[in-house]
Design a protein around this ligand. Structure first.
Ligand SMILES: C=C(C)C(=O)SCCNC(=O)CCNC(=O)[C@H](O)C(C)(C)COP(=O)(O)OP(=O)(O)OC[C@H]1O[C@@H](n2cnc3c(N)ncnc32)[C@H](O)[C@@H]1OP(=O)(O)O
Length: 285
């Protein structure tokens, strides 16, 4: 369990209004392996185990899930950005922690099954990936809604090279993202993919010089946060239906969600603002 102390936040180079936003987080838990900042309506989560290239041990993943679940229900947060360091987004699950586990340990402990909660966040989450996103690192990035990559990013599922197979969804999500042939090749060989190839194959949305990746992700998260929060969540849910269920079921889900927007004031406001040639004032109603 996490102790109730002050959350680790960075206030360097931030405007006063943002620092006030950050202060609102200071009653939450304190974390050893992640940094949590609130920049306006964007929650920036930084994996921070530099000595182990952000290897995802249990403590880190518990902290991440704790912070995310709190911020997901915070109406002041519109979107997340998840990042690591310039050298590594995350070099996978912690091999030192898992190397001595037995089948019974993993099966009985339902090992890694809790990771999927990242993909069940209601608010959109952008992975800003610089450096290595390997194994569980690649899987966590793929659990996010959008991936932005730095030009030094490397994606891969090297589990086969250390005597196991992907366990955090890599065999399922990589195929959906880039197609069976290349996904199968990467998973069976452990070969890494460059940022450029990841862009060409549709795994990432955009590639930036590595110094700009996080800022660009925050910019996009800010833009998303400026829209009606309810509609952003509905749109995300509908896109995920296409990703996770059959086309007809997904189309029906989308249509029903679309119709539902017409029960909201934000739909009236958004369309009125367009017609009146002014900026909409969304109130999440
Ligand atoms: C979900 C599942 C099952 C998984 O994710 S399984 C794990 C999949 N990931 C991997 O196999 C990648 C393992 N890491 C690597 O291959 C190499 O570290 C890289 C990423 C290529 C980088 O190589 P280098 O730049 O030479 O750095 P390297 O010296 O290896 O790593 C720096 C430190 O991080 C540690 N480290 C790196 N990846 C780690 C990992 N996944 N788990 C634990 N420690 C890790 C590494 O042991 C070293 O620690 P120490 O200095 O105490 O020896």
């Amino acid at each position: 369990m996490l102790s109730l102390r002050r959350i680790a936040v960075t206030t360097r180079n931030l405007p006063f209004s943002t620092i006030q936003g950050i202060r609102s987080l200071t009653t939450k838990a304190s974390y050893n392996n992640i940094l949590v900042e609130k920049r306006g309506k964007v929650a920036l989560l930084t994996l921070n185990r530099p000595k182990a290239l952000n290897a995802l041990n249990s403590e880190l993943m518990n902290e991440l899930q704790d912070a995310m679940s709190t911020l997901d229900t915070d109406s002041g947060v519109g979107a997340f950005v998840l990042t690591g360091s310039e050298k590594a987004f995350a070099a996978g699950a912690d091999i030192k922690e898992m190397s001595s586990k037995t089948f019974v340990d993993t099966y009985k402990g339902n090992w890694l099954s809790n990771w999927g909660s990242i993909s069940r966040l209601r608010k959109p989450i952008i992975a800003a990936v610089n450096g290595y996103a390997l194994g569980g690192g690649c899987e966590v990035a793929m659990m996010c809604d959008i991936i932005y990559a730095g030009d030094n990013a490397r994606f891969g599922q090297p589990e086969i090279t250390i005597g196991t197979i992907p366990g955090g969804g890599g065999t399922q999500r990589l195929i959906r993202a880039i197609g069976k042939a290349r996904a199968m090749e990467m998973i069976l060989t452990g070969e890494q993919m460059t940022a450029e190839e990841a862009l060409r194959s549709g795994l990432v949305a955009k590639v930036f010089p590595k110094e700009e990746t996080v800022a660009k992700a925050i910019e996009t998260a800010e833009k998303i946060s400026s829209f009606s929060q309810n509609h952003v969540i509905m749109a995300k849910e509908a896109v995920n239906q296409a990703y996770e269920v059959g086309l007809q079921q997904g189309l029906l889900f989308e249509l029903r969600s679309f119709w539902t927007t017409f029960a909201t004031e934000d739909q009236k406001e958004g369309m009125a603002a367009f017609i009146e040639k002014r900026k909409p004032n969304f109130r999440d109603q």
